[in-house]
Write a protein that binds this ligand. Structure first.
Ligand SMILES: Cc1ncc(COP(=O)(O)O)c(C=O)c1O
Length: 382
C-alpha cells in the first residue's frame, strides 16, 4: 500500500472491504466488549478501550498517510497531546514552540507542570535559542508549524537534527496543514500529532486526535496511554474521520487554491494592516514554506488594528461564519484573543504577539469569488 501515491492512499489505506461481509465501507463496530474464544484468547479484540476494529482501521490509515510505523487515536486533539506528554517523568524537560495553540499551553502550564515536568517555551525559528535550551534532561521538543494563529514556521529538519544530537525526540503538531501538505516524518520528526477535528475529518462534525509514531516503542507507549488513561476515540467518530480522509487530497487542493486567492486579495486591501500567510512572498519565512511544505494551505491571520474593528468585520460577514475551529469545508473566522488563545493572560498574549486586532481565517472549499466578495463587503464595515 505504501508504494501508492497520496490520493490513492487517502481512499484505500486502512479502508479495504470488510473481510466478513465484503462491505466496501469500514463497518462501525458499536460494541464495548467482544466474545472471547476461551481463557485469555480472543479474535483480536476483547474490550473497546483497548482496541476496536473501526478504530484500528483509522489508525492504519493515519499511519500510512503520515508515513509512520503506528498510529493511535484519541477523543480529541488535546487528549492526543495529553497522551504525548503523560509518559514523561518528574524531572524531565520538555521544550515547546513558544506560540502554540492556547489549549496546548493551558494543558502544559495548568496540568502537566504539576507533575514535576519542566516546560520551557522557545522560539523554535531561532535555532541558537533551541541549542541553548536543550539539556541532558530534555526528552521532547514539541513543534507546531505553522503556529496558531501567527503562522510562524519552524524548520522541522533542522530542529530534528539538533534535538537528535542532544538525545531528544521531536514531535510535530501537523494540524494546520494535514498530511496532504506537510510530511514531518519525511523531514526527520519522530512523532506526528493532529487534531483530527480539523482537516482530517474535514466536516466539523466530530472531535478527535492522533499520535503517529516511527518506532515500535512509540506504539507500545501510546497504546498504554489509550488503555491506561482511556481517552480513546469512539467507533462512530473513527468512522467519520475515515470517511473524511477519503476526500482529503481533493479537499486540500481546493483549500490551498482558495487560501492563495483569498490571501492575494487581502494582502492588497488597505484595511488589512498585516496578513500572516506563508504563501505570500512577503512572509518572512516564505522560502522555508516552499522548501518544507507541499502547499500553503488555507489558514491565515489578519491584523485589523483593534478589537472593535474585528467585531465589526465578524458581524458583517455572510459566507464566513464567526466560529472557532478550522479545517472544515466551510469558511470560518475567529477572534484569536477571545477564542483559541483565551486561556492565556493578556500579558502572555502581548508577549507572543497575539493582539486584540487579530482575526484568524480558515478558508473553506466554497467558490473563491464568493469568499473574496464576502470579505470585501465585510471590510467595508471595518
Ligand atoms: C494546532 C492545534 N492543535 C491542537 C488542537 C486541539 O485539538 P482539539 O480541539 O481537537 O482538542 C487545536 C484545536 O484548535 C489546534 O488548532
Amino acid at each position: 500500500m505504501s508504494d501508492y501515491k497520496y490520493s490513492t492512499l487517502a481512499v484505500h489505506a486502512g479502508q479495504y472491504p470488510d473481510p466478513l461481509t465484503g462491505a466496501v465501507n469500514v463497518p462501525v463496530y458499536l460494541s464495548s466488549t467482544f466474545e472471547l474464544t476461551g481463557i485469555a484468547s480472543d479474535r483480536g479484540w476483547d474490550y473497546s478501550r483497548a482496541g476496536n476494529p473501526t478504530r484500528d482501521r483509522l489508525e492504519e490509515a493515519l499511519a500510512a498517510l503520515e508515513g509512520g510505523l503506528n498510529a493511535h487515536v484519541f477523543g480529541s486533539g488535546m487528549a492526543a497531546i495529553t497522551a504525548l506528554v503523560a509518559p514523561l517523568h518528574a524531572g524531565d524537560h520538555l521544550i515547546c514552540s513558544h506560540n502554540v495553540y492556547g489549549g496546548t499551553a493551558r494543558l502544559l502550564d495548568q496540568v502537566i507542570r504539576h507533575f514535576g515536568i519542566e516546560i520551557e517555551y522557545v522560539d523554535l525559528a531561532n535555532l541558537d535559542a533551541l541549542r541553548k535550551a536543550l539539556k541532558p534532561a530534555t526528552k521532547l521538543v514539541h513543534v507546531e508549524t505553522p503556529t496558531n494563529p501567527l503562522m510562524q514556521l519552524t524548520d522541522i529538519a533542522a530542529v530534528a537534527e539538533i534535538a537528535h544530537a542532544a538525545g531528544a525526540e521531536i514531535s510535530v503538531d501537523n494540524t494546520f496543514l494535514s498530511p496532504a501538505l506537510q510530511s514531518p516524518i519525511a523531514l526527520g520528526a519522530d512523532i506526528v500529532m493532529h487534531s483530527t477535528t480539523k482537516f482530517l475529518n474535514g466536516h466539523s462534525d466530530g472531535l478527535g486526535g492522533v499520535l503517529v509514531g516511527t518506532k515500535p516503542e512509540h506504539g507500545e507507549r501510546f497504546y498504554l496511554m489509550q488503555k491506561a488513561m482511556g481517552g480513546i476515540l469512539s467507533p462512530f467518530e473513527s468512522y467519520l474521520v475515515l470517511r473524511g480522509i477519503k476526500t482529503l487530497a481533493l479537499r486540500m487542493k481546493q483549500h490551498d487554491e482558495n487560501g492563495r486567492a483569498v490571501a492575494a486579495f487581502l494582502a492588497e486591501h488597505p484595511k488589512v494592516k498585516t496578513i500572516f500567510y506563508p504563501g505570500l512572498a512577503s512572509h518572512p519565512q516564505h522560502e522555508l514554506a516552499v522548501r518544507q511544505q507541499k502547499g500553503f494551505g488555507s489558514m491565515m491571520t489578519l491584523d485589523l488594528g483593534t478589537r472593535e474593528a474585528v467585531g465589526r468585520f465578524l458581524g458583517a460577514l455572510k459566507v464566513f461564519l464567526n466560529a472557532e475551529s478550522l479545517g472544515g469545508v466551510e469558511s470560518l473566522a475567529s477572534h484569536s484573543a477571545t477564542t483559541t488563545h483565551a486561556a492565556l493572560t493578556e500579558e502572555r498574549r502581548q508577549e507572543i504577539g497575539i493582539t486584540q486586532g487579530l482575526v484568524r481565517l480558515s478558508v473553506g472549499i466554497e467558490d473563491s469569488e464568493d469568499l473574496i466578495a464576502d470579505l470585501a463587503q465585510a471590510l467595508e464595515a471595518v
